[in-house]
Design a binder for this molecule. Sequence first.
Ligand SMILES: Cc1ncc(COP(=O)(O)O)c(C=O)c1O
Length: 383
Amino acid sequence: MIYLDHHSTTPCDPLVVQAMLPWLTESFGNPHSSHAAGREAAEAINRSLDTIATCLGVPASSLVITSGATEANNLAIRGTCLHPRQKRRHIITAATEHPAVLDVVSDLGKQGFRISVLPVDSLGHIDLNQLADSIDDDTAIVSIMWANNEIGTVAPIKAIAKICHDQGTILHSDATQTLGRMPINVQDSDVDLVSFSAHKCYGPKGTGILVAGNGNRRVRLRPQIVGGGQQNQLRSGTMAPASIVAMATAVSGATTDVSDQAGRLNQLRDSLWFGLLDQIDGLTLHGPALDSADRLAGNLNFSVPLIEGEAWMAATPEVAFSTGSACSDVSDKPSHVLSAIGLSESAARQSVRFGIGRTNTPDEIQRAIELLAKSHARVSAAR
Ligand SMILES: Cc1ncc(COP(=O)(O)O)c(C=O)c1O
């Protein structure tokens, strides 16, 4: 299997596994216990939070550990909107957000919040003037993703944060896809709430981060999970030292020499794209140009003529790629992201997404091109 679906998930880095194992077996104390075993686990958590904070450029006190980006998005958006002192009732987001934002916003819509979903242009960008015009005195939060998980559009997040702050509202950004693909400094970007997920950057599944307040501005969140009051009451439940140590190791790996990592992903992505273009006529790229700074490293999304992406995938079991985000894979609907950038339903169904990862090699890419070209010829001939 040649795995080219790293936007969906990544393998755990062996260094990550090595770092987490002792915290499952030898040093298994509850970090909230006051005996020596508990204190040892709590210290490991504190060291890990310091590492993550340094890597992301935020104070450690702003980190809330969650079960992943889905929970982080829920805490950021619901937590802001449902805070007892929140008087504002308007939320702004964009049409290409992940369901972990869109469904949260739509649920709040059912609870009486006014929702504005901004359209995007053919490359997946919102119009910044339209954003500015949409914010009013009642806007509680704007949520715009840092980088899109399907077509790789990178948002001008610092400019978006400025518009939000100039007009007196706060910005949440789902940055799940960014780590290991582009440099990130949350404090410098001035985004107020930022979500991440460990399994997208070679950490374990089931662990994520919400940066809540970047040191520049205070945010108020109503907890979404209550109980023992851990994490300053913001997210109750016993903290998981092994997962947090693992996530710190993963985040550290994903933020070290990230420009070099991104350059390597792009080289492999470009070989894949130009190799496929040589072999298959009529491919249409979706999202920003491959050499544009607005495109996430390693991301490729395009439509193929004549056949549906699902049929191509089924005919190429040796290569793991996808027809959209892993979450919309459960429904039969064409990708909402591709519809938002203006694709017809049939063009969206003919689209596929590849995500190059750290462990892919040039040989794998060459082999994938051969397999994909052969299966494409086979499936289109059988039509
Ligand atoms: C942009 C984006 N946001 C949120 C998520 C959800 O992450 P998790 O399943 O780890 O909660 C994903 C995962 O596909 C994603 O790509």
